[in-house]
Design a protein around this ligand. Structure first.
Ligand code: TRP
Length: 331
């Protein structure tokens, strides 16, 4: 039987090309090698999103985003966390034996308490229990599906380690290989996607190139990429250009070599380099954007996909939960 890859997707907004290249594409590529499972982590999202209408819409958007990037619901499990109630049962069982001290050490929680301390506030100011127990819910997501590998960004490494710790402690306590110990799978691409200001592409830097922007808007954003003040005539160093580093992510080998020559030869202005970049990005994103628009205009299709996925997911989850309940004596 092939190994299982599983990842959770937080519905926190429409992805940009950095998310696409650094997270979505590598996660979807694992489908070739693994039995893959993707779910929308909507219970994790309610820790921060307190507007029901907004969340509902974000869930549709993120589902449409992954489907349009090539997630094939016939080949992978695709479901909503909230449609698999076994998750919450396992989460409660795991909470019973998870040391509070482990949660105290979680980076996300520690960051808030450190900020509070510095501001002279109570250290737990603004901290909800959802944030505090976030790693336990995430462990339940992963362990419920007998996951071998979890494709995530480096920022999630501690959560995966905690999941492994929690599973190991559980297995030790109840004597046996009841829960499978997962490993993180970190994509290398994540760090190299630069935003339009040359820093890492990130929503919090406001420097993103959106994945689904209409072509006109996409071009406008690409034209805003920050450059130096070299004139058209001057030869340019491709290896110091954000435009070129983005170009390399989308263009074919031959195109990359041809553009490198143009940079070095001089006579090409930044406007032209940006136009070339726009064209290769547009060629990649246009079909994805068309898929996205089509899928978003048919919400019942999204509902159906997720419903079917959740039914299949529950069957897998129920089997794990039976093992767990039997081990703890509440079967
Ligand atoms: N914490 C992850 C993130 O912020 C989302 C997530 C929730 C997740 N549950 C998961 C990822 C289980 C992988 C596996 O991106």
């Amino acid at each position: 039987m092939s190994k299982v890859a599983l990842t959770g997707i937080k519905p926190t907004g429409i992805p940009h090309i950095g998310n696409y290249l650094g997270a979505i594409k590598p996660a979807l590529e694992l489908t070739k090698e693994f039995e893959s499972r993707y779910f929308i982590a909507d219970y994790h999202a309610i820790n921060t999103i307190r507007d029901g209408k907004l969340l509902k819409n974000l869930i549709y958007e993120i589902a449409a985003a992954w489907l349009s990037c090539g997630l094939d619901p016939e080949k992978s499990l695709f479901y909503r966390q909230s449609s698999v109630p076994e998750t919450f049962e396992l989460s409660t069982i795991l909470a019973a034996s998870t040391p509070k001290g482990l949660m105290n050490r979680a980076h996300a929680y520690k960051a808030v308490t450190a900020q509070n301390k510095e501001a002279g506030k109570d250290i737990d100011d603004g901290v909800n229990m959802g944030l505090f127990t976030y790693p336990i819910l995430m462990a339940a997501d992963i362990l419920l599906f007998d996951t071998d590998v979890v494709p995530v960004g480096r920022d999630q490494a501690q959560h995966i380690e905690m999941t492994a710790d929690i599973a190991q402690a559980f297995n030790y306590q109840y004597g046996g290989d009841i829960l499978k110990i997962p490993q993180g799978h970190f994509s290398k691409d994540t760090e190299i996607v630069v935003g339009i200001d040359g820093r890492k592409m990130s929503k919090s830097y406001d420097n993103v190139i959106p994945l689904f922007a209409p072509s006109k808007q996409l071009r406008k954003i690409i034209m805003k990429i920050v450059t130096n003040s070299q004139t058209v005539e001057e030869p340019k160093n491709p290896d110091e250009s954000h435009i070129f580093s983005l170009y390399k992510l989308f263009a074919a080998e031959k195109q990359i070599e041809a553009l490198r020559e143009k940079y070095l030869a001089g006579g090409m202005g930044w406007g032209t380099a940006k136009q070339e970049l726009y064209e290769v990005i547009e060629a990649t994103v246009a079909p994805i954007r068309d898929n996205y628009d089509r899928i978003m205009s048919d919400k019942t299709y999204i509902d159906e996909v997720l419903k079917k996925g959740s039914e299949k997911a529950r069957a897998v989850a129920a089997a794990t939960l039976r093992r767990v309940r039997s081990a703890v004596g509440i079967d």
